[in-house]
Write a protein that binds this ligand. Structure first.
Ligand code: XBP
Ligand code: MG
Length: 267
């Protein structure tokens, strides 16, 4: 199989965005005078639910409320989330969130090698537009052949739906694509769709279970920000993951071999 596409997750992978999301949620809660405030510890737990609207619903489910209050607040979720998205996309548009190290470099190396780029994310198109525009300029959106995101699929990560949608629109098979992710839910979604996976965790996801991942690195690395201990620990060519090394590793050890190592033992 040859690698035809790299499919990037957004939040935590393209950029370390979750602190900005957390502040945006809290701003929206204040705007609606809800008296809610998500601490970093609480948010780390809440992140186990993907999707902002679903996350608010999960938080609501954890609260003790009268049936009428629960119904009123549940009906308010879309409006609260829309307000949150306004706050978040304005933070990002103002340049508050840079790309993680190595992301722009790997994207350019892939495009130069004739490999296409896709996105498979749980967040909204508005947030992705703001992030790509503020970090890569007008060219940002054009670099991606496909952007699969948010409510385009009924089941969000860890369901594989968003990756299957990205593959479908790219017109490539799962064994011709690599997923780049940061979280356990993202890993499950990508492996569930049959993709080779590169995981670069963040502060929010470093404690997650990444069993079954094909390659786990602290970041993609860059000449300006080399990965400590590399080359030699996990990488061969450089102290950052190059597109050439990624392709070589995928071709040497297709995902199906790795998945077999973690396949549940037959009863
Ligand atoms: C991570 C998510 C998103 C963000 C918040 O998405 O689960 O819900 O935390 O963004 P990704 P929204 O798949 O890119 O890691 O409020 O727009 O959902
Ligand atoms: Mg993510």
């Amino acid at each position: 199989m040859s690698v035809q596409a790299l499919i990037f997750d957004v939040d935590g992978t393209l950029a370390d965005t979750e602190e900005a999301h957390r502040v945006a949620f809290n701003n929206a809660f204040e705007r609606y005078k809800l008296g809610w405030k998500w601490s970093q510890d609480a948010y780390r737990e809440l992140l186990k639910t993907t999707g902002g609207k679903e996350r608010i619903a999960a938080y609501l489910a954890s609260k003790t409320l009268s049936p009428s209050d629960r119904k009123r607040l549940a009906e308010l979720i879309p409006a609260i989330h829309a307000e949150k998205t306004k706050f978040y996309s304005s933070f990002v548009a103002d340049g508050a969130v840079p790309l993680r190290e190595g992301v722009a470099r790997l994207m350019e190396e892939a495009l130069t090698a004739g490999c296409r780029l896709g996105i498979a994310s749980t967040t909204t198109a508005a947030n992705i537009d703001a992030l790509l525009g503020s970090t890569l300029g007008p060219r940002g959106l054009e670099m991606f052949s496909v952007i699969a995101c948010g409510d385009q699929v009924p089941a969000k990560k860890p369901a594989p739906d968003i990756y299957k949608l990205a593959l479908q629109h790219l017109g490539v098979d799962a064994d011709q694509a690599v997923a780049l992710e940061d979280s356990h839910n993202g890993l499950l979604a990508a492996t569930g769709a049959g993709l080779w996976t590169v995981i670069t965790p963040t502060y929010w996801t470093e404690s997650h279970d990444f069993s079954g991942a094909d390659l786990v690195l602290p970041s993609l690395g860059d000449p300006a920000k080399p990965i400590p201990g590399e080359p030699g620990s996990k990488l061969e060519d450089a102290a950052w993951l190059t597109h050439a090394e990624l392709v070589r590793r995928v071709e040497q050890r297709p995902h199906c071999e790795v998945a077999a190592l973690y396949a549940p033992r037959a009863a």
